[in-house]
Design a protein around this ligand. Structure first.
Ligand SMILES: Nc1ncnc2c1ncn2[C@@H]1O[C@H](COP(=O)(O)OP(=O)(O)O)[C@@H](O)[C@H]1O
Ligand SMILES: O=c1ccn([C@@H]2O[C@H](COP(=O)(O)O)[C@@H](O)[C@H]2O)c(=O)[nH]1
Length: 204
């Protein structure tokens, strides 16, 4: 199994890049594990308390479970992936069964910050977009798709998102084998990444 880690700041375009790779690779045997489904469950807290949490610090992620799932899939075992809701800031209680396939993509803002998880990756990618562009994309997405208002997005950006990005996410770029500039549609980079994955698959 080929395991690819794809990181990058919020709004950098990780999900978009993964979707394009899926289209171009055109293979059936590919799984995507999103770090977003591995936020710790905080249902012991009230919604107001959950809203106030820092979701951009590595400690907000249940890396033990994520790494356990990556190892299980590499070991040809199915996993029960939890489902997370950005509206309630918690696990929904539902799970989806993921069967092992030839390629596993693990994507999320913090996936290149964890030393144990890094050991599981054959290829490490960082998607880059400047912070102003990412903030604009985040405002649009969170107000349209994640039930937030402008004040919430800007408050979170100033208090946790920006400082955590500078402390943890941006430095994790140094771990990457490949950096994808994604300020605009970048079909050359997507073609290149697809070719690298195809070549790696031949060796696996
Ligand atoms: N190259 C790009 N140019 C313009 N908009 C983009 C580009 N890549 C992604 N977007 C948009 O930015 C938003 C965030 O992208 P997404 O892939 O969800 O980012 P991430 O998964 O890194 O948070 C989406 O609305 C997406 O359509
Ligand atoms: O309950 C939550 C959990 C996370 N967030 C924010 O999500 C982004 C990461 O998702 P991307 O899809 O990579 O943008 C992170 O910056 C958290 O701040 C949240 O708002 N609520």
């Amino acid at each position: 199994m080929l395991v690819i880690g794809i990181a990058g700041g919020t709004g950098s375009g990780k999900t978009t890049v993964v979707d394009k790779i899926i289209q171009q690779l055109d293979i059936e045997g590919m799984n995507i594990l999103s770090q977003d489904n591995y936020y710790h469950d905080n249902h012991n807290l009230t919604l107001t308390e959950r809203e106030a949490l820092n979701y951009d610090h590595p400690k907000s992620i249940d890396f033990d479970l994520l790494i356990k799932h990556v190892k299980a899939l590499k070991n040809h075992e199915p996993i029960e992936q939890p489902i997370y809701s950005f509206v309630t800031h918690g696990r929904t209680g539902d799970h989806v069964t993921v069967e092992p396939k030839n390629v596993l993509v693990v994507e999320g803002i913090l996936v290149l910050t964890n030393k144990e998880l890094l050991k599981e990756f054959d290829l490490k990618v960082f998607v880059h977009a400047d912070s102003d562009e990412r903030l604009i994309r985040r405002i649009r997405r969170d107000t349209q798709e994640r039930g937030r208002d402008l004040n919430e997005v800007l408050h979170r950006y100033q208090t946790t998102l920006k400082p955590m990005h500078q402390e943890f996410i941006e430095p994790s770029k140094n771990e990457a084998d490949l950096i994808i500039p994604n300020m605009r549609q970048n079909s050359v980079a997507i073609d290149f990444l697809t070719t690298v994955i195809k070549n790696s698959l031949r060796k696996h």
